[in-house]
Write a protein that binds this ligand. Structure first.
Ligand SMILES: Cc1ncc(COP(=O)(O)O)c(C=O)c1O
Length: 215
């Protein structure tokens, strides 16, 4: 029988990357609130932006159909071709944008998309610009790929977003990408369309990636 000390010494150590990641404090806060609710305390949870509604009827119908035994083969790695086409159609109808479905990749949620986008764009030593405050996970993703986060201080005057002037002030020779979250988490403010356009043009002119997502 292996004693406890030996057992512990045999426990594999998580990667440095995993050990150095900061906790997602909003989730920790939310779990704490759940514990208080479970112990009978009346709590109004304002920590996480959780939906209080279920899946839409069309999704429920599709799930029922699946439940009845339809085969579940692997799907195309970039997403179902029909779904990618439907997403391209949505952008055409809603935003008048012509996007080739081949450029669309379907992921299980925003975090997976951000992880892939960071993996695709950030090399060790690259600088990535983010607004401060902004979505905390973005910083962890950049650090996971050994990039440096440039935290650009923002205020209510810039709606807590980057603008071209702030980009120019904090730009470095190693700046490889700009990450923009609108509406922002945690402030909830949206970036003005023209400001977003200016930031993207500023970054594009310097050969940097523009990673934009919704909060
Ligand atoms: C700005 C922002 N990006 C990404 C996410 C994560 O999205 P998902 O739950 O789809 O992975 C959140 C969730 O709160 C968010 O606020």
């Amino acid at each position: 029988m292996v004693n406890e000390a030996v057992q512990q010494s045999l426990t594999p150590v998580m990667s440095r990357r995993a050990r150095e990641a900061n906790p997602f404090r909003a989730m920790v806060f939310g779990e704490q609130a759940d514990k208080m609710i479970a112990s009978g305390i009346s709590v109004i949870k304002l920590s996480l932006g959780e939906p209080d509604f279920g899946a839409p009827p069309a999704v429920r119908d599709a799930m029922r159909e699946q439940y009845d035994g339809r085969a579940l083969p692997y799907t195309a790695a970039m997403g179902l071709p029909e779904l990618r086409q439907a997403i391209a159609d949505f952008y055409r109808d809603r935003h008048d944008l012509d996007i080739d479905p081949k450029r669309i990749c379907v992921t299980a949620g925003g975090s997976a998309a951000l992880l892939l986008a960071t993996a695709l764009t950030v090399d060790p030593g690259d600088d990535v610009m983010v607004a401060d405050p902004s979505y905390p996970c973005n910083r962890e993703l950049v650090r996971s790929f050994e990039g440096n986060v440039i935290d650009v201080p923002t205020s209510a005057a810039t709606r807590f977003h980057l603008n071209a002037e702030l980009c120019a002030r904090y730009w470095t020779k190693r700046t490889k990408a700009v990450m923009i979250t609108s509406p922002s988490n945690p402030t909830g403010t949206t970036i003005d369309f023209n400001v977003l356009n200016d930031v993207c043009q500023f970054a594009a002119a310097r050969g940097a990636w523009r990673v934009a997502h919704r909060g």
